[in-house]
Design a binder for this molecule. Structure first.
Ligand SMILES: Nc1ncnc2c1ncn2[C@@H]1O[C@H](COP(=O)(O)OP(=O)(O)O)[C@@H](O)[C@H]1O
Ligand SMILES: [Mg+2]
Length: 284
């Protein structure tokens, strides 16, 4: 495994830009992820989350800007970056014909680990799948499949794990199970960058949250930092802290986004009172 100086952030992104023709998907994105932390890139459909993850995992080249992962530049040292990471995409890579244990053993073999069976058993236990290890993965629930997928991504001890929308399509119970798995990963010292559309997911899991909207980071910080962006809502004598949802809706608006427009100057912080008003509504 490649180790960079400990003081270095696990991920550093500066001025990242990517366009498809006229479509500016990333328009100057920058952030840092501290080692061993969970970082959430939060944004609606089409915000540019997967594009950012694909650049960081060397699957896609940026037009300009820089990104380093584990101290290695993604453009000039892609091989070293790949040795440092694993990527779990939006759709589970689990093979349904194999059992859970066989899936893990297969990946451990592909990575030339010495004792694939033991690696598999340890991971099954760690992700509470030991009872199901002998069953075909096609019989698993959505949450179990995703947990197996996450367990597979840890084989070979990558220091940084990218999870692109790890709970999209899961029911609330399965989502909570996956959250526990992600927390388990971080407890083991792995740096996690996850993307999500779920406000509660970012709220629940992330040490730091960046809101990506129309290709720009609107705000970045801890949940407390983000909450401080809005004044507490007042209801009679009861004071309520704004939730992440309030902050998100105030910044992004309630329409969400399916298409990213050409640079239109919109989407800056402090996007107006209308948005702030609509954001605090409905939580009282
Ligand atoms: N290969 C591509 N060619 C053209 N447009 C693309 C391509 N990949 C993504 N896009 C567009 O870029 C925008 C951001 O996509 P994506 O990064 O997948 O967003 P997210 O993961 O946040 O939903 C979307 O409008 C999408 O249609
Ligand atoms: Mg995506």
């Amino acid at each position: 495994m490649s180790i960079a100086p400990a003081a270095d952030p696990a991920i550093r992104v500066q001025g990242l830009r990517k366009a498809y023709g006229e479509l500016g998907v990333l328009r100057g994105v920058g952030f840092e992820v501290a080692r061993g932390s969970i970082f959430a890139l939060l944004g609606s459909n089409g915000a540019g989350k997967t594009t950012a993850v694909r650049i960081l995992s060397t699957l896609l080249r940026a037009d300009s800007g820089t990104a380093s992962v584990n101290g290695f530049d993604v453009a000039t040292r892609p091989g070293r970056v790949r040795e440092s990471i694993s990527l779990t995409g939006q759709f589970a890579a689990v093979d349904g014909i194999l059992t859970g244990r066989e899936n893990l053993v297969l990946v451990a073999r592909l990575r030339h680990l010495r004792n694939p069976g033991r690696v598999a058993d340890e991971l099954l236990a760690r992700f509470s799948l030991d009872g199901a290890g002998g069953r075909k993965a096609s019989t698993y629930s959505g949450g179990m499949r995703r947990r197996l997928d996450i367990a597979m991504s840890l084989i070979g001890n990558p220091s940084i794990v990218f999870l692109d929308e790890p709970t999209t399509g899961l029911d609330p119970q399965a989502r909570i199970e996956v959250w526990r798995s992600v927390q388990e990963m971080a407890r083991g010292g792995t740096t996690v960058l996850l993307t999500t559309q779920h406000l509660q997911e970012a709220e629940e899991l992330a040490d730091r949250i960046a809101i990506l909207h129309r290709g720009r980071i609107l705000v970045e910080g801890t949940l407390e930092d983000l909450r401080r962006l809005l004044p507490p809502a007042r209801v009679e004598h009861v004071e309520k802290q704004p939730s992440l949802e309030d902050v998100f809706l105030a910044l992004v608006g309630e329409d969400g986004v399916d298409e990213v427009g050409v640079d239109d100057g919109a989407g800056e912080v402090g996007g107006g009172e209308r948005a702030a008003g609509s954001g605090t509504r409905g939580r009282r």
